[in-house]
Design a protein around this ligand. Structure first.
Ligand code: AMP
Ligand code: MG
Length: 407
C-alpha cells in the first residue's frame, strides 16, 4: 500500500474531510416540497407584508382624536369582512364594522374591540375611546420589500417555508440532496429475511446508516453485502461512481481480512488518513476520488455510528450546502460515572435528559463497542480526553449531539 497519514487527532481528521468535501448542484423545487431542504441562495422579499394596514380583531374602525376622553357615539356606515377592500371613506363621526384580518378603511386610524362597544340601532357607543393607532397592524409590520427572508445555506424549517408562502413564493432554489452510496463488507454478514447460517450474523449497519443518512437530508443508495474479498470490494466501489459520498462499514482495521484501505487505493482514491486517536471507531479510513469522499468505517455497530456522527455527518452537511458543517460542542453534566479510564480519548454514548435547566448525560453501563440497543432514544457523545481518568457523576464535560441540532 502507498504511504498514508495515520493515527490523526479527530480535529485534524475533520479538517481534512471538510477540506475535501464540496457542495452538490442546485435545483428548483415547489415550495410544498421544500421543508427540510437547504436553500441555495439568499431569498429577498419582493413585497411588503402585511400588504395593507389591518385589524387584528373584531370591532369598529373610526378616527380617534389624540385627546378625546369621554365616550363617543359613531354612525356605522359600512362593514369590512376579511378579504374585502373598503371603498367607503369614513368621515368624522362615522365607524366601520370591521373583522379580524380586514383592511382598515381610509378615514380610520384605530379599531376598538367589539367587547368595548354598545350597539344602538345604526349607532355604536364607544365607552372608553382608544388612542390613534390602537389595534392597527401596520402595513409591512412583518416584512418590508427587499428584506432577506432566508439565507442561502440554511435548512428550510416549517416557519421558513411558511414565510416564503406568505410572500407568495411558489418555487425555491435548493441544493439537490446529496446521494450517499452505502454498503457493508464482511463475510460473516447475511441480510434480513434470510435464515441465519452458522457463524453468520445479520447486517445491521446498512440499516442504521441508511437512517442516519436520510435523517441528514441525503438520499441513501444501498448496495448488496460484500464479502471480505478485494476484487468484490473494488467492484462495489466502482458501482458507486454516480454518488457524491460513499460510506462503507467493516474491514477497516488491520486484520488479514480488513481490505478497505487497500480497496480504496486500488479504486484510485487518495487516502486522506487511516485511523484516528479515539475510541470507539479508531480504524476509520477516509479517501477521496474526484469530488467524492469515501468513509470506510469500522463494522462494529456502535463504532460505525459514532464515526458516522463525528466524521461523516460534517461532510454530509457540507455536500448538502449547509453554512455550518461542523458539529457544535456544548457542556453537559454527567448523570452517572464511568470508571474505565484510558490513555486514549474516548467518546461515551450517553442518554440525554433535561433537569433543572441542565443537559444531563447518562453513560449508563453499556459502553461496549458492540452495543446498539443502548443507543435507542436521544443520545449524545461525551468527549472524554485521553488520560482523563475515571469520569465521576456530576462532572462537567463537553459533548456533541447525535443527529441534527440546528439553530
Ligand atoms: P470489522 O470492522 O470488519 O472488523 O467488524 C467489527 C465487528 O463488527 C465484527 O464483530 C463484525 O462481525 C461486526 N460487523 C461488521 N459489519 C457489520 C454489520 N454490517 N452489521 C453488524 N455487525 C457488523
Ligand atoms: Mg470484518
Amino acid at each position: 500500500m502507498k504511504p498514508m497519514a495515520m493515527n490523526l487527532e479527530l480535529e485534524e481528521a475533520i479538517a481534512r474531510i471538510l477540506d475535501g468535501a464540496t457542495s452538490v448542484g442546485t435545483e428548483e423545487i415547489l415550495l410544498e416540497e421544500a421543508y427540510g431542504r437547504v436553500v441555495a441562495e439568499d431569498v429577498f422579499s419582493w413585497m411588503t407584508h402585511p400588504p395593507f394596514e389591518r385589524s387584528p380583531l373584531d370591532g369598529y374602525a373610526y378616527w380617534a382624536e389624540a385627546l378625546s376622553a369621554g365616550p363617543v357615539k359613531l354612525k356605522v356606515v359600512s362593514e369590512v369582512p376579511a378579504g374585502t377592500w373598503p371603498e367607503r371613506v369614513l368621515k368624522p363621526g362615522e365607524a366601520a364594522r370591521i373583522f379580524t384580518g380586514a383592511p382598515l378603511p381610509q378615514g380610520a386610524n384605530c379599531v376598538v374591540r367589539q367587547e368595548d362597544t354598545q350597539v344602538d340601532g345604526e349607532m355604536v357607543w364607544v365607552e372608553r375611546p382608544v388612542l390613534p393607532g390602537a389595534n392597527v397592524v401596520p402595513h409591512g409590520d412583518e416584512v418590508k420589500e427587499g428584506d432577506m427572508l432566508v439565507q442561502g445555506g440554511e435548512r428550510l424549517t416549517p416557519p421558513a417555508v411558511g414565510l416564503l408562502a406568505a410572500m407568495g413564493i411558489a418555487k425555491v432554489k435548493v441544493f439537490r440532496k446529496p446521494r450517499v452510496g452505502l454498503f457493508s463488507t464482511g463475510s460473516e454478514l447475511m441480510d434480513v429475511g434470510e435464515p441465519l447460517a452458522p457463524g453468520k450474523i445479520y447486517n445491521s449497519n446498512s440499516y442504521t446508516l441508511r437512517g442516519l443518512i436520510q435523517e441528514a437530508g441525503c438520499e441513501a443508495v444501498s448496495l448488496p453485502l460484500v464479502p471480505d474479498r478485494l476484487a468484490e470490494t473494488v467492484r462495489a466501489l466502482q458501482a458507486l461512481e454516480d454518488v457524491d459520498v460513499v460510506i462503507t462499514t467493516g474491514g477497516a482495521s488491520v486484520g488479514d481480512y480488513d481490505l478497505m484501505p487497500q480497496a480504496l487505493q486500488e479504486h484510485g482514491c487518495e487516502i486522506l488518513f487511516w485511523k484516528i486517536k479515539m475510541k470507539p471507531g479508531t480504524p476509520a479510513c477516509v479517501g477521496k476520488k474526484d469530488r467524492r469522499l469515501y468513509f470506510a468505517l469500522s463494522g462494529n455497530p456502535a463504532a460505525a455510528m459514532v464515526t458516522f456522527e463525528l466524521l461523516a455527518r460534517p461532510a454530509l452537511r457540507k455536500y448538502a450546502g449547509l453554512n455550518h458543517p461542523e458539529s457544535e460542542r456544548f457542556l453537559v453534566k454527567m448523570a452517572g460515572a464511568f470508571a474505565k479510564s484510558g490513555k486514549q480519548r474516548r467518546f461515551l454514548r450517553a442518554r440525554v435528559s433535561l433537569r433543572d435547566g441542565v443537559v444531563w448525560a447518562d453513560p449508563g453501563a453499556a459502553q461496549g463497542s458492540g452495543i446498539l440497543k443502548s443507543m435507542i432514544g436521544r443520545h449524545l457523545l461525551v468527549d472524554v480526553p485521553g488520560g482523563h481518568g475515571a469520569v465521576s457523576e456530576g462532572e462537567t464535560l463537553e459533548a456533541y449531539w447525535i443527529g441534527e441540532w440546528e439553530e
